[in-house]
Design a protein around this ligand. Structure first.
Ligand SMILES: C[S@@+](CC[C@H](N)C(=O)[O-])C[C@H]1O[C@@H](n2cnc3c(N)ncnc32)[C@H](O)[C@@H]1O
Length: 291
């Protein structure tokens, strides 16, 4: 994969470059989450194994597997069309698990499309309580709606607006899966990886960080007392991760909570997941509470 020199110079300071470079040049393992709103884990496991797929449990999510087979187009499987599973990266399972929504909660998913995490939240809530899934980009909002329908989600209202303009409503729990530079998603010599690398620049990272700080502070203002906010990005750039978190902690009374999951992370409190540590994407997740 082509890597810009400025990227290499920066990342050599952040991690073990050799190990990082080796892993990001390999393809990511495909993974799925069983949609328990439509089927059960044993049923889908049995069906996919019967078709010759090899499944390996993902340690931090009991409904998810790494999946391998002769084909790679798992999106064309009948079970996918029927909404029995969601093709979801193993790292992107973490935020909804950490948010731990209850069946009585009112939840905001501020940046929701294409809906991997909204459908996960709905499944964890057993289609009860209520979710507001917001996505400002019309084509992406449509994709979100299609996925909600495919997965049989019934407790979710879709809105289409800039997250910063959501007002006059308070939530028990909020997921902010922020727009980001996507540096954690560099895996394999693909068109997508080339696109991420081509678009990555120090200026872009700065721009995203500015928006992310606004979004996290606004999300926190929409949280009820005792509420929980989960901040996530698929970026590994500290400006979009630790610095955004720090901005919120400095400006408000927000408290950072420890995340305890069977996942390797370079920090004890929040999850900073490096691709080389367990052959995944790179990801950042932090859990915050309001007193
Ligand atoms: C990382 S993606 C979300 C992925 C999604 N949570 C999932 O799991 O499928 C970030 C999303 O934020 C949206 N977005 C960009 N600017 C936004 C803003 N100002 N307010 C809310 N959402 C925004 C993007 O269009 C994009 O769909």
């Amino acid at each position: 994969m082509y890597i810009k020199q400025i990227y290499k110079d920066k990342y050599e300071q952040l991690t073990n470059w050799k190990k990082y470079e080796t892993i990001i040049n390999q393809f990511r393992r495909k993974s799925i989450r069983v949609n328990t709103l439509k089927t059960t884990v044993p049923k889908l496991e049995k069906e996919l194994k019967k078709q010759g797929w090899s499944l390996t449990k993902i340690p931090w999510c009991k409904e998810a597997y790494y999946i391998e087979g002769l084909r790679r187009d798992i999106g064309n499987l009948e079970e996918h069309k029927e909404g029995h599973f969601f093709s979801q990266r193993s790292t992107s399972l973490v935020p909804s698990i950490v948010l731990q929504p209850k069946e009585t909660d009112v939840v905001l998913d501020m940046c929701a499309a294409p809906g991997g995490k909204t459908t996960h939240l709905a499944a964890l809530m057993k289609n009860k309580g209520a979710i507001v899934a917001n996505e400002p980009v019309p084509t992406r909002r449509r994709e979100l709606e299609i996925n909600l329908q495919r997965c049989g989600v019934m407790n979710t209202l879709v809105t289409q607006q800039n997250g910063l303009t959501i007002k006059d409503v308070q939530f028990d729990k909020i997921l902010l899966d922020a727009p980001c530079s996507n540096s954690g998603s560099l895996r394999g010599n693909t068109k997508k990886s080339a696109e991420i690398m081509q678009q990555w620049s120090k200026n872009k990272v700065k721009k995203f960080a500015k928006l992310q700080k606004k979004l996290i502070n606004h999300a926190y203002s929409l949280l009820k007392p005792k509420g929980v906010l989960v901040y996530a990005t698929c970026s590994l750039d500290p400006e979009e991760d630790e610095e955004v978190l720090e901005d919120l902690l400095q400006k408000t009374d927000a408290k950072l909570q420890t995340i305890n999951l069977p996942i390797k992370t370079t920090n004890k409190k929040y999850c900073k997941i490096w691709p080389q540590d367990q052959n995944t994407d790179g990801f950042f997740v932090a859990k915050i509470t309001k007193p």
